[in-house]
Design a protein around this ligand. Sequence first.
Ligand SMILES: *Cc1c(COP(=O)(O)O)cnc(C)c1O
Length: 293
Amino acid sequence: MSQVMGCKVYIKRDDLCGVALGGNKVRKLEYLLKDAKQQGYELVMTTGQAQSNHAMLTAACCRKLGLDCVLVLKKKGILERKGNQVLNHLMGIEVRFVDTEDYEDIYKEMDRIGEERGKKVYKIPCGGSNGLGSIGYVDCMREIREQTDETFDYIACACGSGGTSAGVLLGASLYFPETKVILSKVDSDPFETIVPSIMEECAKILEIPCPKVDPLFVDAWGEGYSIPSEEGLEAIRCMLQKEGILLDTCYTGKAFGGLMRLAKEGRFKPEDKVLFIHTGGAGGLFAQDFEEV
Ligand SMILES: *Cc1c(COP(=O)(O)O)cnc(C)c1O
């Protein structure tokens, strides 16, 4: 990829982290499910769209830790038993769909199911994106610092619900203070305010000051969240053909596609070192109907 990009490309393989298909959510879940266990919860619920990587990984991590798990998903996206829904099914996880745009309806349904079962519900927000979950990406930055003496000019990742970005920014401020963070927005939400507010919550839990940061936001959602983009598909093909590494249509393809666009625009110098955080997502890729794209 370095040749294609015209700079030095490094990839942090958080897609290979050892639970199910891997991905960024596992780092957040380390903190969230530890919290659930410590507080004595036995039933965990989370949400997202039908093909949510986060929901599938929450289920997988709950199985591993012996926690009960129900997924209360938005009736959106690819609902059939494909991709991540195959894995949810094989794990024997109960999935309920709620036809709503409002997460409040989802949380109400979670409470209702909890009452039905006579159990308190540990509710994890969409994407596991809160201050506690984001600590996982402060850890990731420390881990990279420990793994290499390299300095990076840029660290880049996909921004979907904002928790990963918040942790990366906070962690980079501690361990890579000279590095510019690039956040490829795969959805049109106002991440310029969402990300700093998660960051603040995260810094508060860690009892460290929350720095002022200035990431470079890149619009990478194309026609909309989870709709494959031409730029993203080109990145998927290129990464698979050059490196044998899988990206996905919803997050990492679009994120890397955004970086390829910056490279074409001449943003990176040949000696620049760009670290891409591969956040996973293979499950969703195999739900996609490639007859259409
Ligand atoms: C959720 C997800 C992201 C985005 O992370 P956020 O913390 O939600 O911004 C990126 N890549 C993949 C594969 C994901 O599943």
